[in-house]
Design a protein around this ligand. Sequence first.
Ligand code: GLY
Length: 261
Amino acid sequence: MRGVAIAREVSRSIRDCQLTHLARHPIDLERARRQHIGYITALTESGWEVLNLPEEPELPDSVFVEDTAVVLDGLAVLTHPGSESRRPEVKSIAIALSTLLPVASISSSAILDGGDVLVAGRRVFVGMSSRSNHAGASELAELAKPLGYEVEVVTVTSCLHLKSAVTAIDSDTLLINPKWVSPNLFEGYKHVEVHPDEPDGANCVDLGGTVLYGDAYPKTKRRIQAAGFDVTAIAMDELAKAEGAATCCSLLIPISFRSLV
Ligand code: GLY
């Protein structure tokens, strides 16, 4: 067992989701739910025990659990999401996380979405987006520092979250769209760049042993494979209409992170 993954079923109100950079297109709820089941199955088959919380009918974006917390080695930090409509999502995640890790919170005077926080080894990058600000990054830094993490603030453009532009393939390799975030900010890591035809393809999940990835980006997938990684590609295009990607749908708590409970 690699650890516990927290997820949540797709809300029946997902059609009313927040959209920042995408035009609104009808979302087929049943198709989105089938894709979410495919996601959960991929996690399970990769050795993760999935805690799939029941849907929140009144919270359209609540399948995107990533934004509600930042998971560190020995601490979960509950966020104060930048979008007011998403703040009620945190409560049930707090209950689930508190069974696994000590929990702390970002205050209501700051904003932070988990999608803006990239943890790669002991470095934590926080993207300044419409959903996260310097106060949020600063509070996260205070909480993370005693655990040995360094927090760095980075500029990101043209996308919702930092992790729309860059994610970790493993602890020292990043998948990156250089048009949305500067690769120079990530010295010390190996980089795999998205194919220019696939700007939305920078979001993947390191499941340990395989990389979970949307099947809409075959050219970038080949680049990840060429860098030596196994890729598990799944359909996520219906969920992508709600401006969510692979990392958005889970909070991963590796078994080693639970040692302080
Ligand atoms: N629809 C995802 C978000 O805007 O947070």
